[in-house]
Design a protein around this ligand. Structure first.
Ligand code: 5AD
Ligand code: SF4
Length: 419
């Protein structure tokens, strides 16, 4: 979501005559687009602001945008006195106000509107992957999560707006569309004629666009998986057989305390449903270890479920207490050293499975999407349908290529393009 917001902000500033620079000392305006989901992310923002303050030109204006702006509000101005603007995730389209009045301070962390989508100029060239938000905010009050506070309640965008933005992205170069939302499969929009659209409608309409070859979405909430969406994995060839469906914990006891609205049996039944309609599907997940009250036994259940599902790629985090969340004031917070030990143990299970799946892909052939050159500039990186990076050598990279996998390790594949 932040990548998308960043592209829209960049397009808006280009519209005002700015050009991008990587060098802080050259910049006339500097903004940090921020994430508040864990405390570490928030801390990084303030240390980066300190560095920017020293490096920037004296009259350059700077500020923060996004969830840390929403979390900090006017406190940000107290912490960093000469900061110029603090704009929440639904107010960044107001940035031009500070350009016309740079001596002022601009604070807007209001929620409840998605006018930003309408007020920003569209992007003029698209990367091969276009991120298109279908909804913003979240109505699931997971007790650890700051997102319902920072991004607010769920708002689904009009179907026609999503399709217009998707077609525009395809027209200007996108080959893969990734639909976004904090609760993406909760997307539901009823138009003036009373017709209701769901995520499956958005995907099917997008699949009709010839130049779009791959479709995916993130991030899903398990209990909002409806049969229309599950069945699409069985017959919509452009929908990648790769699904991000966070489980967070393998213990029913902890899931309840997290206010996740499913238990492990229900989650496993859902996975089986996906595997029945699409035997090739692979799943990725998010995990939190060290949630308040998590016993050794609860944690072992998380390790068990990680092995049982066999996720091919996951994100795992130590629980981080966040303001405005119920879990931050729960009893039995877990000491940092135990969280760290558990994270290492879980990661080793997740990494083993990731390596195993990558090795399983050797000798298989996939249609892959070009991502860009590697760091050395001598090889090209493509993405398989399972989003694994695949390194190849070719003189003329093309947007899509058929690649035979020749070798693999935990983090990437190597392959050669076949005609
Ligand atoms: N501490 C640790 N991880 C968190 N996440 C959300 N809130 C927290 C928190 N307080 C993780 C969840 C979510 C991902 C985006 O971030 O796993 O799925
Ligand atoms: Fe946060 Fe996701 Fe839970 Fe919503 S569903 S509260 S975004 S973890």
């Amino acid at each position: 979501m932040n990548v998308y917001d960043g592209q829209r902000i960049a397009a808006m500033l280009e519209h005002h005559g700015f050009i991008q620079t990587d060098n802080v000392a050259d910049a006339d305006i500097i903004l940090l687009n921020t994430c508040a989901v864990r405390a570490k992310a928030t801390d990084k923002v303030y240390s980066a602001l300190g560095r920017i303050r020293l490096a920037k030109k004296p009259d350059a204006i700077y500020g923060i945008i996004g969830c840390v702006a929403r979390e900090s509000g006017s406190d940000a101005f107290r912490k960093i006195k000469d900061l110029n603007f603090v704009l929440g995730p639904q107010s960044y389209h107001k940035l031009p106000e500070i350009l016309s009045d740079p001596d002022n301070k601009l604070l807007d962390i209001n929620l409840g509107g998605i006018e930003k989508f309408d007020e920003l100029p569209p992007i003029s060239t698209s990367p091969l992957v276009a991120y298109i938000p279908v909804q913003e905010g979240c109505n699931h009050c997971c007790t650890y999560c700051i997102v319902p506070y920072t991004r607010g309640p769920e708002i689904s965008r009009p179907f026609s707006d999503i399709m217009a933005e998707t077609m525009h992205a395809a027209d200007i170069g996108a080959i893969e569309i990734c639909f976004l939302g904090q609760n993406v499969n909760g997307y539901k929009f009823t138009d003036e004629s009373g017709k209701t659209y769901k995520l499956s409608d958005v995907i099917q309409e997008t699949a009709k666009i010839d130049s779009v070859k791959r479709i995916r979405f993130t991030s899903s909430y398990p209990t909002e998986m409806t049969d229309d969406l599950i069945n699409l994995f069985g017959h919509e060839k452009k929908l990648l057989p790769f699904l991000n469906m966070p489980i967070q914990s393998g213990s029913d006891n902890i899931l309840k305390k997290m206010n996740r609205q499913y238990n492990i049996d229900e989650y496993m039944a859902l996975i089986n449903k996906f595997k029945t309609v699409c035997p090739d599907i692979q799943i990725s997940s998010d995990f939190i270890v060290g949630f308040p009250g998590e016993s050794n036994e609860d944690f072992e259940q998380t390790c068990d479920i990680a092995k049982r599902v066999g996720y091919i790629n996951s994100y795992s985090f130590k629980y981080s207490p966040r303001p405005h969340t119920a879990a931050a004031i729960m009893q039995n917070q877990i000491p940092e050293n135990i969280k760290s030990e558990r994270l290492i143990k879980l990661d080793s299970i997740l990494n083993d499975r990731q390596r195993e799946f990558n090795l399983f892909c050797v000798d298989k052939t996939f249609d892959c999407l070009y991502e860009g050159p590697d760091k050395t500039g001598t090889h090209q990186i493509y993405r398989t349908p399972y989003m694994q990076p695949c390194i190849v050598t070719s003189n003329t990279p093309s947007p899509m290529a058929r690649i035979k996998i020749t070798s693999a390790n935990k983090s990437c594949l190597h392959g050669k393009i076949i005609d």
